[in-house]
Design a protein around this ligand. Structure first.
Ligand code: CP
Ligand code: NVA
Length: 307
């Protein structure tokens, strides 16, 4: 079953095929009305259920519009409104939804719930963000980097801030696409050691440290994210630890001259990034947000055996 649970589970060829499909579908519908189906409407007659245990703007809308563009339909389920919110198990929910829809996207608090759901599902399951990872986001990020700078192979990407779910999926991509990843976080907020070790063992060029300036020096791409993710409860400690990792103009001056800035959004302006960087000429964050649509479509095509 082609579940899309983590980039680490894809082969290099599968990841490349997904990113190339995203580029091609975007190029084929420049300036089209946003809800007009693609010429080939490849998922005509197909339905996607989307389960959200956490808030979402981009993931929800991009999957829904993405399904419309592929010719199918998406159904939005807020976990609290379903029987999941009253204790029906993820396994039973998976069995039932498998009889009703062709694929399921889940945004969950606990990564294990997505793994359990996938185990019990007879249709492909897509990880729409968990406490561990956010693979859909990184497909859009790869796409955006390639639009701005060409092939991602050989580029140096700096991650500043929290070693969180988005950072983990970027680590997973580093072992597949041959870019250099320089991570700087406060010591208490480093990415999970086992993810870094696994990526390094697979040949990824990754460094992890606590010096933001050392990580960003000469980087082609600078990426950050919120200091307090959904579900984090230690806000005061985080707000004290993260300021040296803020991406401002002075920090960006250490990166390559034309370095690209990315942020998965939502941004906390004045915390992890300044207005001047997020709204400035090097910011690809708005392309990155749009690219969520094209990326989701490619992920759906892969999951449904159309690539
Ligand atoms: N970047 C991202 O996943 O945004 P949402 O939380 O709005 O879906
Ligand atoms: N790291 C953030 C990403 C939001 C899209 C979070 O998990 O809240």
């Amino acid at each position: 079953m082609p579940h899309f649970l983590d980039i680490s589970a894809l082969s290099k060829e599968e990841l490349r095929a997904i990113v190339d499909e995203a580029h091609a579908r975007k190029a084929a519908r420049v300036d089209w009305p946003k809800a007009k189906p693609d010429e080939d409407a490849p998922l005509d007659g197909h339905a996607l259920a989307m389960i959200f245990q956490k808030n979402s703007t981009r993931t929800r809308v991009s999957f829904e519009i993405g399904m419309i563009q592929l010719g199918g339909k998406a159904i939005m389920l807020s976990a609290n409104d379903t029987q999941l919110g009253r204790g029906e198990t993820v396994q039973d929910t998976a069995r039932v939804l498998s009889r009703m829809v062709d694929a399921v996207m889940i945004r969950a608090n606990n990564h294990q719930d997505v793994l359990d759901f996938a185990e019990a599902s007879d249709v492909p399951v897509i990880n729409g963000l968990t406490d561990l990872s956010h693979p859909c986001q990184i497909i859009a990020d790869i796409m955006t980097i390639e639009e701005w700078q060409g092939d991602i192979a050989g580029k140096t990407i700096a991650w500043l801030g929290d070693g969180n779910n988005v950072c983990t999926s970027l680590i997973h991509a580093a072992e597949k696409l041959d870019f250099k990843l320089r991570i700087a976080t406060p010591a208490d907020y480093a990415p999970r050691g086992q993810e870094v070790a696994a990526a390094k063992a697979a040949g990824a060029d990754i460094s992890v440290g606590t010096d933001a300036k050392a990580a960003i020096e000469g980087a082609d791409v600078v990426v950050t994210d919120t200091w307090v993710s959904m579900g984090d409860t230690d806000k005061a400690e985080r707000m004290a630890a993260f300021p040296p990792f803020a991406v401002n103009e002075e920090m960006m001056a250490h990166a390559a001259k034309e370095a690209l800035f990315l942020h998965c959004l939502p941004a906390h302006r004045g915390e992890e990034v300044t207005d001047s960087v997020l709204d400035g000429p090097q910011s690809g964050a708005w392309d990155e947000a749009e690219n969520r649509i094209h990326a989701q479509k490619a992920v759906l095509m892969w999951c449904l055996g159309k690539l």
